[in-house]
Ligand binder design. Sequence first.
Ligand code: MIC
Ligand code: SF4
Length: 753
Amino acid sequence: VEDKVSQNNWENHAFLNYKKNVETLNVVRERLKRPFTFAEKILYGHLDDPYGQDIERGISYLKLRPDRVACQDATAQMAILQFMSAGMPQVATPTTVHCDHLIEAQIGGEKDLARAIDINNEVYNFLATACAKYNIGFWRPGSGIIHQIVLENYAFPGALMIGTDSHTPNAGGLGMLAIGVGGADAVDVMAGLPWELKAPKIIGVKLTGKLSGWTAPKDIILKVAGILTVKGGTGAIVEYFGEGVDSLSCTGMATICNMGAEIGATTSTFPYNMRMADYLKATKRGFVAEQANLFADHLKADEGAEYDQLIEIDLNTLEPHVNGPFTPDLATPISKMKEAAVENGWPTDVKVALIGSCTNSSYEDMSRAASIAQDALNHGLKAQSLFTVTPGSEQIRATIARDGQLKVFEEFGGLLLANACGPCIGQWDRRDVKKGEKNTIVSSYNRNFTGRNDSNPATHAFVTSPDLVTAFAIAGDLRFNPITDTLKDQDGNEFMLAEPTGAGLPALGYDPGSDTYQAPPEDRSVVSVAVAPTSDRLQVLKPFKPWDGSDAYNLPILIKSKGKTTTDHISQAGPWLKYRGHLENISNNYMIGAINAENDKANTVKNVFTGDYAGVPDTARYYRDHDQKWVVVGGDNFGEGSSREHAALEPRFLGGFAIIAKSFARIHETNLKKQGMLPLTFADPSAYDKINPDDNVDIIGVTSLAPGKNLKLVVHPKSGEVWETELAHTYNDEQIEWFKAGSALNKMATKHK
Ligand code: MIC
Ligand code: SF4
């Protein structure tokens, strides 16, 4: 075994660590003396202190040493602004930054990209110079979506990576643990501190049988989402195994891991297999595959490993699924879709069909979709719906341009968008329907929360495989089932679409396309990073004040939110993405999408001092400027969705004290802790229903905040009796220090002094 083998083709300072990982794991083996799941092997092989670390799944906090960090442009700005305040000369862990979120889809790939480069010039410049300065690999706009670039270039079996995006788990398709985090977590690892994660439970998904016909890898995760729901994966890693795995391409496995984010899973992964080795070779990393082959025993679960929960899926009988609208876990098999659409009154006319995104834009996805489009063309048909194609990377775009799929899409009536997030994150200047008009769109993306794609709350968005998206585009109708239904060709003759076909990997190899990578320069000392004080896009961060040392009395409830409160409700994306580097400006979107339980309205809350109704951010700012702390009350899985730490920074910046919810999504809860906000949960969930939006509350016991010890909430209704209930939290000792210091960053700064 050679000692120093590079992780990739881009960096000369990042190496594979298999030997060390196995040694570290062996220390834990000696202690625990039991078989491990694959995910456990990766985790425990990356422990900072394998001798001293407590390990109890679902209980202990693990301190880990990730191999890599990846950031995308919309979250990297805040991460780098925080990293800059740590005062280090360069990152201590290999890191990359990817420009993908800030490109708006309007008229088509090339022009949209040029416009984005113009509009976002200041931000791109900041990121490019900061990356050069701190030794970070920089992928320029046009290169592609972070998760696709990571899979194509950086991911490797058995690795542990964190990324400032909730779909970082995509890299699980290459047999690693890739975990989405907030910017502040990334900063710790960039600064060389260990990264903390509550030891996850492990959900096993056993795949039997073999995929075929219209069923695609996407259907596995659509089915799993239906079983586990949007919070079923919370605190758990989903580990796939079984004979069915080998019928999936590496990129298909990535799709499944990617969308594991939608069930709240910490991450998802697959054991190393030959499909992964083939993909590594096809992406010019045969040297990585060679090493992985030597450590193949390490890169799968031990015989007899136990899972906390086990799900079995028979791929022979798995049907294609369509999930939505408004939530990714509402799973309907295609055979039931007609009925469901009619019963629920979903608009059946499919206005727009969108393929691609970080979830589904592999060579295989594009080839299969193109085979369906070609079949339609052969019968004289084109897309009835608007049809857009988002390649995940420049390499995919160039390869499908060379191999002809792109030409098919264009003849079919498709519009090629930039290699970027685009409509997936609301970067979409949609013009075919008016705001408020009820309509249906189908995409091969992963999320479909209200208003996410086009800011139209009346849009019914469904997520499904690229195959079905293409079939729906041909039929133009949500009730169409390609397995049983016929279409009419140009002469009025009935025919059925042929089953999709397409290779997992390009026979001619990948075409890299144009060069979009900026390597850090040799001499980085001469690079300077500037943030203009007058900028409305970037703002240097000021440290938050430390905790004042007392319990909190008589706090108003800024808003009691009703129903789902996703990060898109808390801090919308779309047009707001432009303020991701400017805390003051982006705080103007705080909770403007959340529904006020008092009046069922968005962005209309009562100011307890003036009695007037105003927007949520204005009201919060009013309280802050009058030295009044406040709380937010919310329901289940609060902060579901994105990793964006703005959803935690904003309430802190606006003077909030605590967020009290029935339960939290993992990344959001950590983000709140990191920024010095208190995330608390009702020990008795029925207290959520009992509390009124205009009650005042005391939070007692903050002064003796300790792990595992509940706090007390005293509720003062406007009329009626005062009542009490308990609040739980998940703080450990170290995190309590963050709270006291005012933020994790403040704590880190005091350590450095
Ligand atoms: C998303 O899919 O919601 C995003 C946009 O990629 C986010 C990141 C962000 O808000 O910047 C995510 O999933 O973490
Ligand atoms: Fe981009 Fe959408 Fe993927 Fe998020 S889910 S990284 S917005 S393509």
